[in-house]
Design a protein around this ligand. Structure first.
Ligand code: COA
Length: 300
């Protein structure tokens, strides 16, 4: 067995491994490339893989997110080929990852909560063997309140023209984010919403079409809604309306615009990621809580 850092040329093998071990999720080459090789604070030495000849046996993909409290290492994705499970391979990778993180002076490790840019808020509880694996290795459950909500995209047409006309009379304009907005949008995101959402919303510039819609008031950006910038391609979020403008229906219009796009792109379901205001999505889109995630962590 060879243990080495994952390379971009391994993407096809990784896609095959993820597709076979993580059936609740839909991976693609593009998605894995963006989320793993173009993540913020990319640390190749924490992205470990184990090979049996040219067969990818197991991966343990770690990363670091730095906040005001300092650097926080996290496991972002891990999986072992079904034919190789229960033979200690994930354990081997975990131990190596912990050694490397300890050598860099960090003392905690968590699974989940690795915003910006992640696959899941934590471990989907239905990936139960993964939770058993983590508990065996001394991880403790730190948070059980992470949810996604599912929207049935085929249930309506997501038309917003009447509401947009109503708000146009108050000076609001709704449109897709454009390349020319980049500088203003980036600054506004940082000022109003902070660096995490700034990173995730700007990541939607990588998508075709750009997967963010904005509202402007008197020519100034005042609200946004993004999809496909973090987590999976049909994932909605982040979104925000400036506080003094809430309650006018702006957030709903932007959300519907995103749902319309996702439906046109061929998706039947959208997942609102790591909610947030559960009653809002239940009310405006009849969204249902469909996934529950646990964040686990331990001292190392
Ligand atoms: C979780 C996973 C990576 C473990 O890989 P692995 O190489 O089999 O793990 P190891 O052999 O190193 O460790 C196995 C230990 O984990 C626990 N475990 C793994 N599968 C288990 C299962 N089905 N039921 C109960 N415990 C399980 C046990 O404690 C086990 O030790 P044991 O075999 O001595 O009883 C593997 O089950 C997997 O690929 N699952 C799908 C991917 C996934 O859910 N990833 C999480 C999302 S990021």
């Amino acid at each position: 067995m060879e243990l080495r850092e994952l390379r971009e040329s391994d993407l096809l093998d990784l896609l095959d491994l993820c597709s076979r071990t993580l059936p609740l999720d839909k991976f693609s080459i593009n998605l894995l490339k963006h989320r793993i090789f173009q993540e913020p604070e990319h640390r190749p030495e924490y992205q470990l893989s184990l090979w049996d000849g040219d067969k990818l046996v197991s991966v343990m993909l770690g990363g670091v997110r730095t906040s005001e409290e300092g650097p926080a290492p996290a496991i972002r994705l891990f999986a072992t080929d079904p034919a190789y499970q229960r033979r200690g391979y994930a354990t081997q990778l975990l131990n190596e990852l912990i050694n490397r993180i300890q050598a860099d002076g960090m003392k905690t490790l968590r699974v989940g909560g690795s915003a910006p840019i992640y696959f899941w808020p934590g471990v989907d509880v239905r990936y139960t063997p993964a939770i058993c694996f983590l508990i065996k290795h001394g991880f403790q459950i730190a948070d059980v309140r992470c949810f996604n909500m599912e929207v049935d995209l085929l249930s309506r047409d997501w038309d917003t023209s009447a509401d947009e006309d109503r708000l146009a009379r108050e000076g609001f304009v709704f449109r897709r984010l454009s390349l020319d907005d980049r500088e203003e949008f980036s600054k506004w995101l940082l000022d109003v919403w902070g660096s995490t959402w700034q990173c995730e919303a700007l990541a939607t510039y990588q998508n075709e079409p750009i997967s963010t819609h904005i509202a402007l008031h008197d020519g100034m950006i005042c609200a946004f809604a993004s999809y496909g910038g973090t987590a999976f391609e049909n994932g909605f979020g982040p979104t925000g309306t400036e506080e003094q403008l809430r309650g006018k229906g702006i957030g709903r219009i932007l959300f519907y615009r995103c749902m319309r796009d996702l439906r046109m792109l061929g998706h039947e379901k959208c997942e609102v990621i790591w909610v947030g205001p559960i009653p809002f999505y239940a009310k405006v889109a009849d969204a249902k809580i469909n996934r529950v995630f646990w964040v686990l962590g331990k001292q190392i």
